[in-house]
Design a protein around this ligand. Structure first.
Ligand SMILES: NC(=O)C1=CN([C@@H]2O[C@H](COP(=O)(O)OP(=O)(O)OC[C@H]3O[C@@H](n4cnc5c(N)ncnc54)[C@H](OP(=O)(O)O)[C@@H]3O)[C@@H](O)[C@H]2O)C=CC1
Ligand SMILES: O=C(O)[C@@H]1CCC=N1
Length: 270
Protein backbone atom coordinates (compact mmCIF):
# COMPACT_ATOMS: atom_id res chain seq x y z
CA UNK A 1 0.00 0.00 0.00
CA UNK A 2 1.43 3.39 -0.97
CA UNK A 3 2.30 5.58 2.03
CA UNK A 4 0.93 8.47 0.03
CA UNK A 5 -2.59 7.11 0.45
CA UNK A 6 -4.82 8.84 2.97
CA UNK A 7 -5.11 6.81 6.19
CA UNK A 8 -8.20 4.79 7.20
CA UNK A 9 -11.24 6.98 7.77
CA UNK A 10 -14.60 6.31 9.35
CA UNK A 11 -17.15 8.63 7.76
CA UNK A 12 -20.37 9.08 9.69
CA UNK A 13 -23.04 10.45 7.34
CA UNK A 14 -22.60 10.32 3.60
CA UNK A 15 -25.11 12.86 2.35
CA UNK A 16 -24.30 15.85 0.18
CA UNK A 17 -21.24 17.13 2.06
CA UNK A 18 -19.97 13.81 3.44
CA UNK A 19 -20.31 12.42 -0.09
CA UNK A 20 -18.41 15.40 -1.52
CA UNK A 21 -15.53 14.83 0.93
CA UNK A 22 -15.48 11.09 0.26
CA UNK A 23 -15.42 11.74 -3.47
CA UNK A 24 -12.46 14.08 -2.98
CA UNK A 25 -10.59 11.55 -0.81
CA UNK A 26 -11.18 8.71 -3.26
CA UNK A 27 -9.93 10.87 -6.13
CA UNK A 28 -6.82 11.64 -4.09
CA UNK A 29 -6.28 8.01 -2.95
CA UNK A 30 -7.69 6.57 0.25
CA UNK A 31 -6.36 3.42 1.92
CA UNK A 32 -9.62 2.24 3.51
CA UNK A 33 -12.90 3.81 4.51
CA UNK A 34 -15.94 2.60 6.34
CA UNK A 35 -19.04 4.73 5.86
CA UNK A 36 -21.92 4.73 8.32
CA UNK A 37 -25.00 5.79 6.40
CA UNK A 38 -28.58 4.56 6.89
CA UNK A 39 -29.77 6.22 3.69
CA UNK A 40 -28.60 3.63 1.18
CA UNK A 41 -29.26 5.65 -1.96
CA UNK A 42 -26.76 8.36 -1.11
CA UNK A 43 -23.88 5.85 -1.01
CA UNK A 44 -24.64 4.07 -4.28
CA UNK A 45 -21.91 5.98 -6.14
CA UNK A 46 -19.30 4.66 -3.66
CA UNK A 47 -20.66 1.14 -3.12
CA UNK A 48 -17.74 -0.65 -4.78
CA UNK A 49 -15.02 1.55 -3.35
CA UNK A 50 -15.82 1.71 0.36
CA UNK A 51 -17.50 -0.41 2.99
CA UNK A 52 -20.95 0.94 3.84
CA UNK A 53 -22.75 0.00 7.06
CA UNK A 54 -26.15 1.21 8.29
CA UNK A 55 -25.20 2.05 11.88
CA UNK A 56 -22.32 2.22 14.35
CA UNK A 57 -23.02 -1.30 15.63
CA UNK A 58 -22.19 -2.76 12.21
CA UNK A 59 -18.66 -1.30 11.95
CA UNK A 60 -16.23 -4.23 11.60
CA UNK A 61 -14.37 -4.77 14.91
CA UNK A 62 -11.04 -5.04 13.11
CA UNK A 63 -11.39 -1.59 11.55
CA UNK A 64 -9.16 0.97 13.28
CA UNK A 65 -9.69 4.42 11.78
CA UNK A 66 -7.17 7.19 12.30
CA UNK A 67 -9.95 9.72 11.86
CA UNK A 68 -13.70 9.68 12.52
CA UNK A 69 -15.44 12.30 10.42
CA UNK A 70 -18.89 13.50 11.46
CA UNK A 71 -20.99 14.68 8.52
CA UNK A 72 -24.48 14.16 9.89
CA UNK A 73 -26.90 17.03 10.44
CA UNK A 74 -26.13 19.22 13.47
CA UNK A 75 -29.56 18.40 14.91
CA UNK A 76 -28.57 14.71 15.01
CA UNK A 77 -25.29 15.21 16.87
CA UNK A 78 -26.48 14.34 20.36
CA UNK A 79 -28.17 11.14 19.20
CA UNK A 80 -25.34 10.03 16.92
CA UNK A 81 -22.00 10.93 18.53
CA UNK A 82 -22.00 8.93 21.79
CA UNK A 83 -21.80 5.63 19.85
CA UNK A 84 -18.34 6.68 18.64
CA UNK A 85 -16.77 7.22 22.07
CA UNK A 86 -14.82 3.92 21.87
CA UNK A 87 -12.73 5.31 19.00
CA UNK A 88 -11.44 8.07 21.29
CA UNK A 89 -9.76 5.41 23.42
CA UNK A 90 -7.98 4.16 20.30
CA UNK A 91 -6.49 7.64 19.80
CA UNK A 92 -8.59 8.57 16.77
CA UNK A 93 -9.00 12.15 15.69
CA UNK A 94 -12.61 13.37 15.51
CA UNK A 95 -13.23 15.75 12.67
CA UNK A 96 -16.62 17.47 12.65
CA UNK A 97 -18.01 19.45 9.76
CA UNK A 98 -21.40 19.99 11.42
CA UNK A 99 -22.50 23.61 11.21
CA UNK A 100 -22.65 25.36 14.55
CA UNK A 101 -21.54 22.45 16.71
CA UNK A 102 -18.79 23.72 19.02
CA UNK A 103 -15.63 21.88 20.02
CA UNK A 104 -16.62 21.96 23.71
CA UNK A 105 -20.09 20.61 22.91
CA UNK A 106 -18.65 17.78 20.80
CA UNK A 107 -16.02 17.08 23.43
CA UNK A 108 -18.77 16.68 26.04
CA UNK A 109 -20.78 14.32 23.79
CA UNK A 110 -17.66 12.18 23.30
CA UNK A 111 -16.56 12.29 26.97
CA UNK A 112 -13.29 14.03 26.12
CA UNK A 113 -11.77 13.60 22.70
CA UNK A 114 -9.41 15.20 20.21
CA UNK A 115 -11.79 17.31 18.12
CA UNK A 116 -11.15 19.42 15.04
CA UNK A 117 -14.09 21.55 13.92
CA UNK A 118 -13.98 22.32 10.24
CA UNK A 119 -16.20 23.99 7.67
CA UNK A 120 -15.67 22.73 4.10
CA UNK A 121 -17.77 23.40 1.02
CA UNK A 122 -19.12 21.20 -1.76
CA UNK A 123 -16.46 21.99 -4.42
CA UNK A 124 -14.42 19.59 -2.24
CA UNK A 125 -15.86 16.86 -4.45
CA UNK A 126 -13.65 18.06 -7.32
CA UNK A 127 -10.62 19.05 -5.23
CA UNK A 128 -11.57 22.72 -5.33
CA UNK A 129 -13.06 23.08 -1.88
CA UNK A 130 -12.16 25.65 0.72
CA UNK A 131 -12.09 24.60 4.36
CA UNK A 132 -11.45 26.57 7.51
CA UNK A 133 -10.52 24.48 10.54
CA UNK A 134 -9.98 24.98 14.26
CA UNK A 135 -8.31 22.46 16.57
CA UNK A 136 -9.49 21.69 20.09
CA UNK A 137 -7.04 21.68 22.99
CA UNK A 138 -6.71 17.89 23.12
CA UNK A 139 -5.60 17.66 19.47
CA UNK A 140 -1.93 16.65 19.11
CA UNK A 141 0.36 18.06 16.44
CA UNK A 142 0.15 14.71 14.63
CA UNK A 143 -3.65 14.73 14.70
CA UNK A 144 -3.76 18.28 13.43
CA UNK A 145 -1.43 17.29 10.58
CA UNK A 146 -3.76 14.37 9.80
CA UNK A 147 -6.81 16.68 9.71
CA UNK A 148 -4.89 19.04 7.46
CA UNK A 149 -4.02 16.17 5.11
CA UNK A 150 -7.61 14.99 4.86
CA UNK A 151 -8.97 18.47 4.27
CA UNK A 152 -6.16 19.49 1.89
CA UNK A 153 -7.02 16.43 -0.20
CA UNK A 154 -10.23 18.24 -1.13
CA UNK A 155 -8.85 21.73 -1.75
CA UNK A 156 -7.46 24.70 0.11
CA UNK A 157 -7.29 24.76 3.92
CA UNK A 158 -6.93 27.61 6.40
CA UNK A 159 -6.61 27.21 10.17
CA UNK A 160 -7.89 29.65 12.76
CA UNK A 161 -7.17 29.86 16.49
CA UNK A 162 -10.45 31.61 17.36
CA UNK A 163 -13.28 29.11 17.06
CA UNK A 164 -15.87 31.91 16.94
CA UNK A 165 -14.67 32.66 13.39
CA UNK A 166 -16.13 29.37 12.17
CA UNK A 167 -19.65 30.89 12.36
CA UNK A 168 -19.01 33.63 9.75
CA UNK A 169 -16.88 31.17 7.78
CA UNK A 170 -19.90 28.86 7.64
CA UNK A 171 -21.98 31.73 6.30
CA UNK A 172 -19.45 32.81 3.65
CA UNK A 173 -17.50 29.82 2.32
CA UNK A 174 -19.62 26.96 3.68
CA UNK A 175 -22.82 28.28 2.13
CA UNK A 176 -21.09 30.38 -0.54
CA UNK A 177 -21.53 27.91 -3.40
CA UNK A 178 -25.32 28.19 -2.90
CA UNK A 179 -25.20 31.94 -3.47
CA UNK A 180 -23.17 31.50 -6.64
CA UNK A 181 -25.57 28.84 -7.90
CA UNK A 182 -28.50 31.16 -7.11
CA UNK A 183 -26.86 33.87 -9.18
CA UNK A 184 -26.52 31.37 -12.02
CA UNK A 185 -30.20 30.46 -11.75
CA UNK A 186 -31.25 34.11 -11.75
CA UNK A 187 -29.06 34.99 -14.74
CA UNK A 188 -30.55 32.07 -16.66
CA UNK A 189 -34.09 33.13 -15.77
CA UNK A 190 -33.49 36.79 -16.65
CA UNK A 191 -32.00 35.82 -20.02
CA UNK A 192 -35.04 33.68 -20.78
CA UNK A 193 -37.32 36.56 -19.79
CA UNK A 194 -35.51 38.72 -22.36
CA UNK A 195 -36.42 36.16 -25.02
CA UNK A 196 -33.21 34.11 -25.11
CA UNK A 197 -34.10 30.45 -25.91
CA UNK A 198 -33.98 28.33 -22.72
CA UNK A 199 -31.04 26.14 -23.85
CA UNK A 200 -28.93 29.12 -24.75
CA UNK A 201 -29.94 30.94 -21.53
CA UNK A 202 -28.75 27.94 -19.51
CA UNK A 203 -25.46 27.55 -21.38
CA UNK A 204 -24.78 31.26 -21.23
CA UNK A 205 -25.46 31.63 -17.49
CA UNK A 206 -23.36 28.59 -16.58
CA UNK A 207 -20.46 29.49 -18.87
CA UNK A 208 -20.41 33.04 -17.54
CA UNK A 209 -20.14 31.92 -13.92
CA UNK A 210 -17.60 29.20 -14.73
CA UNK A 211 -15.47 31.53 -16.87
CA UNK A 212 -15.58 34.35 -14.32
CA UNK A 213 -14.54 31.96 -11.53
CA UNK A 214 -11.68 30.63 -13.62
CA UNK A 215 -10.54 34.15 -14.50
CA UNK A 216 -10.64 35.15 -10.84
CA UNK A 217 -8.67 32.01 -9.99
CA UNK A 218 -5.91 32.81 -12.46
CA UNK A 219 -5.73 36.55 -11.87
CA UNK A 220 -3.75 38.37 -9.22
CA UNK A 221 -6.13 41.34 -9.52
CA UNK A 222 -8.74 42.19 -6.92
CA UNK A 223 -12.29 41.17 -7.80
CA UNK A 224 -13.14 44.87 -7.93
CA UNK A 225 -10.58 45.43 -10.72
CA UNK A 226 -11.93 42.48 -12.71
CA UNK A 227 -15.40 43.99 -12.30
CA UNK A 228 -14.18 47.39 -13.48
CA UNK A 229 -12.57 45.72 -16.51
CA UNK A 230 -16.06 44.69 -17.64
CA UNK A 231 -17.66 48.04 -16.94
CA UNK A 232 -17.19 50.37 -19.91
CA UNK A 233 -17.90 54.01 -19.07
CA UNK A 234 -21.45 54.88 -20.11
CA UNK A 235 -21.92 51.30 -21.29
CA UNK A 236 -24.39 48.54 -20.52
CA UNK A 237 -22.79 46.93 -17.45
CA UNK A 238 -22.69 50.30 -15.73
CA UNK A 239 -26.50 50.43 -15.99
CA UNK A 240 -26.89 46.95 -14.46
CA UNK A 241 -24.41 47.70 -11.67
CA UNK A 242 -26.27 50.91 -10.82
CA UNK A 243 -29.19 48.65 -9.92
CA UNK A 244 -27.18 45.94 -8.14
CA UNK A 245 -24.87 48.32 -6.26
CA UNK A 246 -27.58 50.72 -5.10
CA UNK A 247 -27.40 51.33 -1.37
CA UNK A 248 -30.32 49.03 -0.54
CA UNK A 249 -29.39 46.36 -3.08
CA UNK A 250 -26.38 44.01 -2.87
CA UNK A 251 -24.21 46.22 -0.59
CA UNK A 252 -26.98 45.93 2.01
CA UNK A 253 -28.42 42.51 1.15
CA UNK A 254 -25.20 40.48 1.07
CA UNK A 255 -24.06 41.54 4.57
CA UNK A 256 -27.63 41.00 5.82
CA UNK A 257 -27.68 37.47 4.36
CA UNK A 258 -24.25 36.65 5.82
CA UNK A 259 -25.32 38.01 9.20
CA UNK A 260 -28.48 35.84 9.14
CA UNK A 261 -26.44 32.72 8.34
CA UNK A 262 -23.80 33.56 10.97
CA UNK A 263 -26.51 33.93 13.61
CA UNK A 264 -28.05 30.61 12.57
CA UNK A 265 -24.66 28.92 12.94
CA UNK A 266 -24.44 30.26 16.51
CA UNK A 267 -27.99 29.05 17.24
CA UNK A 268 -27.14 25.53 16.05
CA UNK A 269 -24.52 25.26 18.81
CA UNK A 270 -27.22 24.70 21.43
N1 LIG B 1 -24.14 20.69 2.33
C1 LIG B 1 -23.12 21.52 2.46
O1 LIG B 1 -22.76 22.27 1.52
C2 LIG B 1 -22.37 21.59 3.74
C3 LIG B 1 -22.78 20.88 4.86
N2 LIG B 1 -22.04 20.93 6.02
C4 LIG B 1 -22.45 20.15 7.18
O2 LIG B 1 -22.40 18.80 6.80
C5 LIG B 1 -23.38 18.05 7.51
C6 LIG B 1 -24.20 17.24 6.54
O3 LIG B 1 -24.87 18.14 5.66
P1 LIG B 1 -25.47 17.61 4.29
O4 LIG B 1 -24.51 16.65 3.71
O5 LIG B 1 -25.89 18.79 3.55
O6 LIG B 1 -26.75 16.83 4.85
P2 LIG B 1 -27.38 15.47 4.33
O7 LIG B 1 -28.71 15.36 4.98
O8 LIG B 1 -27.27 15.42 2.85
O9 LIG B 1 -26.38 14.36 4.93
C7 LIG B 1 -26.50 13.79 6.21
C8 LIG B 1 -26.54 12.29 6.03
O10 LIG B 1 -26.40 11.67 7.30
C9 LIG B 1 -27.29 10.56 7.30
N3 LIG B 1 -27.58 10.09 8.64
C10 LIG B 1 -28.70 10.28 9.39
N4 LIG B 1 -28.59 9.66 10.57
C11 LIG B 1 -27.38 9.05 10.58
C12 LIG B 1 -26.70 8.23 11.52
N5 LIG B 1 -27.24 7.94 12.70
N6 LIG B 1 -25.46 7.78 11.22
C13 LIG B 1 -24.90 8.10 10.03
N7 LIG B 1 -25.51 8.86 9.08
C14 LIG B 1 -26.72 9.34 9.36
C15 LIG B 1 -28.49 11.09 6.58
O11 LIG B 1 -29.37 10.06 6.17
P3 LIG B 1 -30.96 10.41 6.09
O12 LIG B 1 -31.11 11.37 4.96
O13 LIG B 1 -31.58 9.08 5.85
O14 LIG B 1 -31.33 11.03 7.41
C16 LIG B 1 -27.85 11.82 5.42
O15 LIG B 1 -27.60 10.97 4.32
C17 LIG B 1 -24.23 19.05 8.28
O16 LIG B 1 -23.86 19.02 9.63
C18 LIG B 1 -23.88 20.38 7.65
O17 LIG B 1 -23.93 21.43 8.58
C19 LIG B 1 -20.87 21.63 6.10
C20 LIG B 1 -20.42 22.34 5.03
C21 LIG B 1 -21.16 22.44 3.79
O1 LIG C 1 -26.73 25.20 5.20
C1 LIG C 1 -26.05 24.68 6.09
O2 LIG C 1 -26.41 24.73 7.28
C2 LIG C 1 -24.76 24.00 5.72
C3 LIG C 1 -23.57 24.64 6.37
C4 LIG C 1 -22.90 25.40 5.28
C5 LIG C 1 -23.52 24.90 4.06
N1 LIG C 1 -24.50 24.10 4.32
Amino acid sequence: MSSDLLPPVLLVGCGKMGGALLHGWLERGLSHAVVVEPHKLSTEAFAHRVEVVPDAGAIPHAFVPEAVVFATKPQQAEAVLPSYKPFARGGALFLSIMAGKTISGLDAMLDGAAVVRAMPNTPAAIGQGFTVACAGRRVTAGQRALADRLLAATGEVAWVEAESLIDPVTAVSGGGPAYVFLLTELLERAAAEQGVPPDLARRMARATVIGSGALLGRSAEDAAVLRQNVTSPKGTTERALAVLMAERAWPALVPEAIDAATKRSRELAG
